[in-house]
Each structure stands twice: as C-alpha cells, then as structure tokens.
Design a protein around this ligand. Structure first.
Ligand SMILES: Cc1cc2nc3c(=O)[nH]c(=O)nc-3n(C[C@H](O)[C@H](O)[C@H](O)COP(=O)(O)OP(=O)(O)OC[C@H]3O[C@@H](n4cnc5c(N)ncnc54)[C@H](O)[C@@H]3O)c2cc1C
Length: 245
C-alpha cells in the first residue's frame, strides 16, 4: 500500500446522489491496483473506503454515493483540488476462478468493483452474464459500460421503472445458460441471499465499517469459517463458502 496525492479531474453527478470521481496521480507510471482505496478528507479523522471502479497508470475512477458527512464534503470538491489516497488495499476478485462462464451480480454501487473484473474476464475471453439491481431507474450506474463488455447485461429495479421489476434474486431464478463461478458485491442482505441461492462456487466483496483500512485496528472484522478476519486486508473479497453471514 502507498499514500499519494491525486488531483481531481472530474467530480460529476451520474445518478441519484451518485458521483463519478476521476483522479490523476502526480506520477503517470503509478498503477493504483487493489480492490479499494482509502481517501482522506480535510476535517475527518478517519479515511473513507471506496472501491476502485477503473484504473490506469496514474489515473483512477471511483463512484460514490452521498451517504453521510464525509461523502457530502467530497461532493463539494471541484476539479483541480487535491485528495490524499491510501491505495493498493484489499484483495480483489479472482478472475482466474472462472473457467468458462461467469455470473456477476451487483446491487447499487456494488457494480463499481465488478466493472474492472468484467473487463478482466472479457479480456480473458470468458463468457458472462451480468445482473445489476437498483432501487429505481434514477439509481442506475455503469449500464452502458457493462453492456459494452457483456451483451448479456440485465437490469433489475425494485420499482420496475427500468429493466425487470423485482430483486436480483428474482432475476437469478430465470437464469440460463449455466455459469461455473459467480461474483457478487452489494448490500450485505442482497449478497447473503445471492450466496444462499447460488451456492458456494463464488466470491463476495464484503462491506464492513472500517477504521484504519490497513489491517491494524481490527474494526472491520467479519466472521468466516476460519475465524474472524479483517475485511480490509484479508478481504474485502472472500470465497462464498468461507463467509459466515
Ligand atoms: C471495501 C469498501 C468499499 C466501498 N466502496 C464504496 C464505493 O465504491 N462507493 C460508495 O459509495 N461507497 C463505498 N463504500 C462505502 C463507503 O465507504 C461509505 O459510504 C462511506 O465511508 C460513508 O462515509 P460518510 O462520511 O459519508 O458517512 P458517515 O456515516 O458519516 O461515516 C462515518 C464513518 O463510518 C464509516 N462508514 C460509514 N458507512 C460505511 C460503510 N458502508 N462501509 C464502511 N465504512 C463506513 C466511514 O468511513 C466513517 O469513518 C465502501 C465501503 C467499503 C468497506
């Protein structure tokens, strides 16, 4: 892991209460990597964890939903301002676990860390189905980006204002063709239902409240079959058969 200052290139609203933050690092050859970054905000003691949605050497794209005081302050930042990030954190989804066909299931901003995975799977020539669930049409993010990589991208909204009406678990009932590995990220209640429905041959990215985000404070402990684990450094991605929900 590494701390580095980034300059804001874009901080734009792309859906209801959701912003796309595009950042440039001081050194162009710096590859952010990792599953998430921990972002320092002036006036806030703890950093805020956000998933890596897209990265290139020296450049990073994050999506965030305004959820509390920190993300509210972030919403007010403008291009040219600088942010300090702790990068290279967390274990990402393992694309090599899929042999032939993958199923990606996202809920809300859980779509963000699934996007780089989708790109990796597409580059490896794997077939895919992507199911993304949102509350309503106004909440949809990354639909076109996923569709460009995976034509079999399905949108589900709880109020039926776009795609199929219902929950992602409803959409999964009608799923074909078969997949050999699944990946999921979203609210815990959704992932728990997805894992119960799809079985153990998958990975889920957990979202626990974090303190340091770097493995020292053990604030973000989750339960696994191997005992307590730190979501920040042992995860946030865990094998579905190891998670005790
Ligand atoms: C690994 C990981 C990846 C995440 N990726 C994203 C993402 O890509 N986009 C996005 O919008 N959100 C993401 N979140 C959730 C995001 O970190 C919180 O919404 C954010 O920290 C809220 O900060 P706040 O100051 O606005 O809210 P407040 O409620 O005021 O925050 C108070 C404290 O609680 C912590 N906190 C609050 N909610 C969460 C939460 N859900 N998870 C962890 N810590 C929390 C904050 O970091 C802060 O220390 C992620 C969380 C984790 C753990």
């Amino acid at each position: 892991m590494k701390t580095m200052d980034y300059t804001i290139l874009e901080n734009r609203c792309i859906a209801r209460q959701v912003f796309r933050l595009v950042l440039a690092a001081d050194t162009a050859d710096f590859e952010p990597g990792g599953e998430f970054v921990n972002l320092a905000l002036d006036g806030f003691f703890l950093r805020r964890p956000l998933s890596v949605c897209d990265s290139a050497p020296g450049r990073l794209t994050l999506l965030y939903k305004v959820a509390g005081e920190g993300t509210e302050a972030l919403r007010g930042m403008t291009p040219g301002m600088r942010l300090n990030l702790l990068t290279g954190l967390g274990k990402a989804f393992d694309a090599s676990r899929c042999e032939r066909r993958a199923l990606l299931v996202g809920g809300g901003l859980g779509a963000a860390p699934l996007y780089p995975l989708c790109r990796e799977l597409a580059a490896a020539g794997k077939e895919m189905t992507v199911v993304l669930g949102f509350g309503s049409a106004e909440d949809i993010v990354l639909e076109n980006e996923f569709r460009a990589l995976c034509p079999d991208t399905r949108i589900v909204t709880m109020d039926g204002s776009a795609g199929t009406a219902g929950l992602v678990t409803d959409a999964l009932k009608e799923l074909s063709p078969a997949f050999d590995f699944y990946y999921t990220c979203g609210p815990a209640v959704m992932m728990r239902a997805v894992c119960a429905q799809l079985g153990t041959n998958g990975q889920a990215s957990l979202e626990e409240r974090m303190g340091c985000g770097a493995g020292y404070c053990w604030c973000c402990t989750c339960k696994t079959t191997g005992g307590p684990r730190r979501t920040c450094t042992d995860g946030p991605v865990f094998d579905a058969d190891k998670i005790v929900w």
